[in-house]
Design a protein. Structure first.
Length: 174
């Protein structure tokens, strides 16, 4: 029991390594032996709030970090109904990476679907990976709140209906 409490109460210490979890998106290139991972924190960013875009670039076979490359990150607001109207929201300056992992802070200005492109340049390889991010806006949050509350409201309705039916039955029996 003490071990369980120690594990649960141990403070979270950030570590730098490969990205793990359910929300990690991966892009692989078998030909160039490259694996790119992406994770956004929080999992569903909100409009106007700071988000962290985390990237990890690794050798596909050994899972070791790729060393000494340059990268460029481009964020595109994607329009499903008219992909030709998709527009570049932000482009980070090209930077050099020495350890394989990098992250960027970004505030999304609009809700909806975004595509995040990561371009990797090494002396022998140029690769581009595409990842998808959904950004929640106040309209989506209100709709999500309604859908989250719907089962609770339905349960209250069922319980109220059952109490009413039982009460009516008991009154008729008297």
């Amino acid at each position: 029991m003490g071990l369980l409490f120690a594990v649960l109460l141990y403070p979270a210490i950030p570590s730098y390594g490969h990205l793990y979890g359910f929300n990690v998106q991966e892009w692989t290139n078998q030909r160039d032996n490259m694996l790119m991972q992406f994770e956004v924190t929080p999992t569903t960013p909100s409009v106007g709030e700071s988000s962290v875009l985390n990237f990890s670039v690794q050798d596909l076979k050994t899972r070791e970090h790729l060393e000494n490359f340059s990268e460029r990150v481009t964020i595109v607001q994607y329009d499903r109904s008219q992909p030709s109207l998709s527009k570049i929201e932000h482009q980070f300056n090209e930077s050099s990476v020495k350890g394989g992992d990098t992250s960027f802070n970004y505030k999304f200005q609009h809700g909806g679907l975004y595509q995040v492109f990561l371009r990797i340049d090494t002396p022998a390889i140029i690769d581009v990976a595409k990842f998808t991010v959904f950004v929640s806006s106040p309209q989506f949050q209100a709709m999500n709140f309604f859908y989250l509350m719907l089962p609770f409201i339905a349960m209250i309705g069922i319980i109220a209906g059952a109490v009413y039916a039982i009460g009516r039955y008991l009154l008729k029996k008297r």
